[in-house]
Design a protein around this ligand. Structure first.
Ligand code: A2P
Length: 265
């Protein structure tokens, strides 16, 4: 599908799909060209979309799943059968053009966190996407000694994207050496057997996560947290952070933890 540059709104631009990977029946990722003028901070999101048949754009927020230094842009998406955008977006192929917003934004950024020792990245489902960016940013390791990425999905096959991401990060020529021994990946499932089972909230609450990692429970002096998942997951995980004495941060006022909804549509 080629789009006519004359008909697209000025808030978006055309980019070309350079790779598509289908992970499961419900999940796929894709990579697009990055315009020279497109700047963002690792962890931010941007509007992505397609033109509708009526000539209007159909846009949804997507976390950028590649680091700020990368020359192309990655995205990780759910496929919703009757979702207005993802029902069509899941059919893109290499060479297609899609719409990319010009103003990335978001709170899952290092600048919204106070200095600390451990950085916990709690994700469920496609909520891992912004952390695919954060764990490959050298600045993350300048600011934190340890980075602990947790990913919880219903089923084991939904963990594959994160497994490959972490493997590739450890082997990456730019950041691989820097992350060795400092990046930890903890996966759990809730509807199938796996090495760890249970919601991240349960694993935090009963202390299993910390026992498995050899860490102390959450502590405002030492630990910083980014959270990305469904609205319910955010609320429940946020409550546990607050119970541990952590305060929410924002771009304008850095704190101990930050949250962002995992986008789907
Ligand atoms: P569960 O299987 O118990 O619902 P989804 O695909 O629906 O976004 O779910 C992704 C993962 O997030 C699932 O493992 C799911 O567990 C988990 N989850 C759903 N709601 C919450 C919540 N309120 N707190 C923590 N984890 C949750």
């Amino acid at each position: 599908m080629d789009l006519n540059p004359q008909t697209i709104p000025s808030s978006v631009q055309l980019v070309t799909v350079v790779d598509v990977h289908h992970w499961t029946e419900r999940l796929f990722s894709f990579r697009v060209t990055r315009p020279d003028s497109f700047r963002f901070r690792s962890g931010e999101f941007v509007m992505i979309g397609l033109m509708k048949d009526d000539g209007k754009p159909l846009l949804r927020a997507y976390s950028i799943a590649s680091p700020a230094w990368d020359h192309e842009l990655d995205f990780f998406s759910i496929k919703v059968e009757d979702g207005p955008l993802t029902s069509r977006l899941q059919k893109i192929v290499v060479g297609d053009q899609i719409l990319l917003g010009k103003k990335p934004t978001g709170t899952l950024v290092l600048d919204a966190l106070l200095p600390g020792k451990n950085l916990y990245l709690f994700s469920t489902g496609t909520g891992i996407a912004p952390f695919a960016s954060v764990i490959r940013d050298p600045e993350t390791y300048d600011r934190f000694e340890k980075v602990i990425l947790t990913h919880t999905c219903r089923q084991v096959d939904e963990l594959a994207y994160g497994e490959k991401l972490v493997k590739d990060t450890l082997e990456d020529p730019l950041v691989g050496e820097m992350v060795q021994g400092r990046l930890f990946h903890y996966t759990s499932t809730t509807r199938e057997d796996h090495i760890h089972t249970g919601r991240i909230t349960t694993l935090i609450e009963n202390g299993q996560l910390f026992r498995d990692l050899g860490e102390e429970p959450l502590n405002a002096e030492r630990d910083r947290v980014m959270i990305c998942g469904s609205m319910d997951m955010l609320n429940d995980t946020k409550a546990l952070c607050e119970a541990a004495g952590l305060e929410e941060g924002a771009n304008s006022k850095p704190g101990h933890f930050v949250i962002e909804k995992a986008f789907a549509g």
